[in-house]
Design a protein around this ligand. Structure first.
Ligand code: FE2
Length: 305
């Protein structure tokens, strides 16, 4: 396996208008565990080792504050800082010790399309990582809409060391670990959040999660089904503030021998959008919500170029 600068997707920080409602939802319905709080922020972990995978921040509107990645060595953060700038991104802060829960050293940067990316090395992780039925382990991918997928793909490849796993007609699936994809870039009019996928231990937990969400008033908006690229099972929902969230399982594990597929490798028969064809098709609510949440940029005076 190639030595990677970025070794995994650690998590995401999102802004929500009703912090308490969202915090109750992500703990009691979505089944993350609340870990700690700071003023205006609530941090959640999964059952995996990552210190925290979801940060909720009080916000006047739904937005994305940052996507967080794990980096193996603190020294790699300097390399990343240089390559981010070389390939058209901008530095926001660091690398420097972070006061974020879990600590470590952090580099915060903007990609060329204005997404806030955090790279963290030397942070604390959890030793109690027993997988628990019906509880998410970690975030396995985030899908980002892009007004120029080719440009975004180039940045993730050249600046961050990601590898293209598959390119379909509408999406580029990028990996930085053995997961088939940690980031996918979707062709779109604007640079927005498409969805956040939480890894469940198994298909049964995805199905049970669908029932639990339904009971709580959050019906399945797409699925349950099995995707083509990545071969993962899925169910999509709209959580509080209309964030599109996915329960997934059985994500394909790949290595350097994986043959990168193109659009001709991933064609569905008419009327089919997943391998099974038994779940509900994507709802109009889902399609709308997948285009409406933007990144919130850090203050302009924080950006070092
Ligand atoms: Fe997904």
């Amino acid at each position: 396996m190639t030595k990677r600068l970025v070794t995994g997707l650690r998590g995401i920080e999102i802004g929500v208008p009703d912090l308490e409602l969202a915090a109750r939802f992500y703990a009691h319905t979505w089944h993350l565990a609340e870990l700690t709080r700071r003023p205006g922020k609530v941090y959640f972990r999964g059952t995996g080792a990552a210190h925290h995978i979801l940060t909720l921040t009080q916000s006047e509107r739904a937005d994305v504050r940052a996507i967080e990645f794990s980096v193996a060595d603190v020294a790699d953060l300097d390399t990343l800082a240089q390559s981010v700038v070389r390939y058209g991104g901008a530095l926001v802060s660091g690398p420097a010790a972070t006061t974020m829960p879990g600590g470590g050293t952090m580099l915060e940067a903007l990609d060329p399309q204005g997404r806030v990316l955090r790279f963290i090395a030397g942070d604390r992780s959890h030793a109690d990582t027993q997988s628990v039925k019906d509880r998410p382990i970690r975030i396995t991918h985030v899908v980002l809409n892009s007004e120029n997928v080719a440009a975004a793909q180039e940045f993730f490849e050249n600046a961050l060391g990601f590898t293209l796993s598959d390119r379909t007609r509408i999406m580029a699936f990028m990996r930085c670990s053995s997961d088939h994809h940690s980031i996918a870039l979707a062709d779109a009019q604007e640079n927005t959040l498409n969805h956040i996928a939480f890894l469940m231990p198994d298909l049964d937990s995805v199905m049970r999660g669908g029932g639990r969400m339904n009971d709580a008033g959050y019906p399945v908006e797409w699925g349950v089904g099995r995707h083509g690229p990545g071969n993962n099972v899925f169910a999509y929902f709209l959580g509080p503030a209309d964030f599109v969230i996915e329960y997934t399982a059985e994500v394909l594990q790949v290595d350097d021998t994986y043959r990168t597929g193109g659009p001709d490798d991933w064609k569905w028969p008419p009327g089919r959008v997943d391998q099974w064809g038994v779940g509900r098709a994507p709802s109009e609510r889902l399609k709308t919500a997948q285009k409406t949440i933007f990144f919130r940029l850090p203050q302009a005076d924080q950006i070092e170029r």
